[in-house]
Design a protein around this ligand. Structure first.
Ligand code: NAD
Length: 506
């Protein structure tokens, strides 16, 4: 496929006469109030692929005002769940009907290999379908209270939701947030990453065509400290849902205190992948690679710390390195590519700084560490990288690198493996590989993490809750938990004997 063929995908986006991709605010396709734009870069080539409107604070405030009006006065929150479900089913169908186009836009904008973006589009469609189904399912409870009262609960939408997402899964993270929020009757302002706004804008077109009332969804494209901060600070926003880095999460939480808005945070991780000597050897090697190199390591739940039984460490590391060196790193549009580029020149530099740091800290670099052999001159490519001989105090062991860099830690006993695994401020994910079922369950229960796997790594299901312990987040996405995060619970008490209470004598 030629670059111009790929670029034709962008022609379906709404643009200004100058070719700038427009934002979607209150049902209108609009430029930034000051005419500002941002260049978008293809991480696979370093080339500029287009320009997008760069929102000002005023643009974000306009989206918030429209959302407020749509929630307070509009029909959406009063719409019957059947109608909300119908619309979300239409979005799932429309995503599938345009799956190739969405995958190619995402690959062009985020650099991810097509096989990853194709899976992301399918997952996003299924997410909309899951929450379309959940919209009409029972959500309240009834309680046995003393007669003559009867008490039950209903779930109601929270209101205006600001939703801020990162660049590593631009479409999927938008789906995880929009689907439950809209299913529950909320109105949404989505703020995609400034690096990867294109699939979110295309998704807004699908909503527009599907008949979503204007103002119920706005997509505001722009910088985090401008457009994102406006959402976090506004007293007209009732809930903020954020996925991104832990330090940004902290800033957003502080900004949200003004009106004590509801908050959910999906943050970073440094997740342990524990391999015992009795694990199926080739399976454990294979998943250790998948754990860290899927998504080029730019995955919040990446298994970035391999916690390895010292009884097998030399043989395991030798095989791991042998296989890591065969991973095909390249442009996401090349069907042979197994691992794509990093998101940006700036992020590549950050990961390279961590590799230099690992060396200076005294860890042993046994694989990668630089540009992969045969990689294109341009584009932000890095070879699969492995450090051994680490200590728990090293920064490469403690900090989230968010790139294809694996650090190996060794253990002698089960207790030591658990202690190493939990020795982190993060608590997003973790896995254990062993053929001893009792040990597998013991170790997984001892992990202080929200998402765990036994003899596998990475599978994620719309049906099951996603989120972190400790500094990896607050709240859960997906499943019924993800729906509940977008609802308020109202208690309703009914008096079944309508007569005076008799509390006051007179
Ligand atoms: P980031 O925190 O830099 O940015 C995330 C989003 O926040 C972007 O849209 C950005 O514009 C916005 N933002 C930045 N500063 C802001 C501010 N002051 N106020 C409001 N919004 C602001 O993260 P990133 O670099 O885009 O993504 C990588 C990070 O995301 C990693 O740390 C990764 O672990 C995390 N992540 C977590 C999950 C999860 O489910 N836990 C999933 C994907 C990514």
């Amino acid at each position: 496929m030629t670059v111009s063929e790929i670029r034709t995908e962008l022609e379906r986006l709404k643009t200004s006469p100058e070719g700038v991709a427009l934002m979607y605010i209150a049902g209108e396709w609009t430029a930034a109030s000051d005419g500002g734009t941002r260049d978008l870069i293809d991480p696979g080539t370093g080339e500029t692929i287009g320009r997008v409107a760069e929102a000002t604070t005023a643009d974000a405030l306009r989206a918030i005002a429209a959302a407020r009006a749509a929630f307070d006065g509009g029909p959406w929150s009063q719409t019957h769940a059947h109608d909300r479900a119908k619309l979300l089913f239409r979005i799932a169908d429309a995503l599938e009907a345009n799956a190739d186009e969405f995958a190619r836009i995402e690959t062009l904008n985020a650099g991810k290999p097509l096989r990853e973006t194709e899976a992301d589009v399918a997952d996003a469609a299924n997410c909309f379908r899951y929450y379309a189904g959940l919209a009409t399912k029972p959500h309240g409870e009834s309680f046995d209270v003393p007669a003559p009262s009867q008490t039950f609960t209903v779930r109601e939408p929270i209101g205006v939701c600001g939703q801020i997402v990162p660049w590593n899964y631009p479409l999927l993270m938008a789906a995880w947030k929009l689907a439950p929020a809209l299913a529950a009757g909320n109105v949404c302002i989505l703020k995609p990453s400034e690096l990867t706004p294109l699939t979110a804008l295309r998704l807004a077109q699908l909503f527009d065509e599907a008949g979503l009332p204007h103002g119920v969804l706005s997509v505001v494209t722009g910088a985090g400290p401008v457009a994102g901060a406006a959402l976090a600070e506004s007293h007209d926003v009732d809930k903020i849902a954020f996925t991104g880095g832990t330090s940004t999460g902290r800033t957003i939480m502080q900004a949200a205190t003004g009106n004590l808005k509801k908050i959910s945070l999906e943050l970073g991780g440094k997740s342990p992948n524990i391999v015992f000597a009795d694990a199926d050897f080739e399976t454990a090697v294979d998943y250790a690679l998948l754990a860290i190199y899927a998504g080029c390591g730019q995955v919040c739940s990446a298994g970035s710390r391999l916690i390895l039984d010292s009884a097998i460490d030399d043989r395991f590391i030798a095989r791991l390195v042998e296989r890591a060196q065969t991973i095909v790193v390249g442009n996401g549009f090349d069907r042979a590519t197994e691992m794509g580029p990093l998101i940006s020149a700036q992020h590549l530099e950050k990961v390279e700084r961590y590799i230099a740091l690992g060396r200076s800290e005294g860890a042993k670099l046994v694989c990668g560490g630089g540009r992969p052999a045969g990689a294109a001159d341009r584009g932000y490519y890095l070879a699969p990288t492995i450090f051994t001989d680490t200590t728990p105090q090293m920064r490469i062991v403690r900090e989230e690198i968010f790139g294809p860099v694996l650090v190996v830690q060794r253990f002698a006993t089960e207790a030591e493996a658990i202690a190493l695994a939990n020795d982190t401020p993060y608590g997003l994910a973790g896995a254990v590989f062993t053929q001893d079922a009792a040990r597998a369950h013991r170790v997984v229960r001892a992990l202080r993490a929200g998402i765990t796997w036994i003899n596998t790594y990475h599978p994620t299901y719309n049906e099951a809750p996603w989120g972190g312990y400790k500094q990896s987040g607050i709240g859960r996405e997906l499943g019924t938990y993800g729906f509940d995060e977008y609802t308020e619970v109202k208690q309703i008490n009914v008096n079944l004997a309508i007569e005076p209470s008799g509390w006051f004598a007179g």
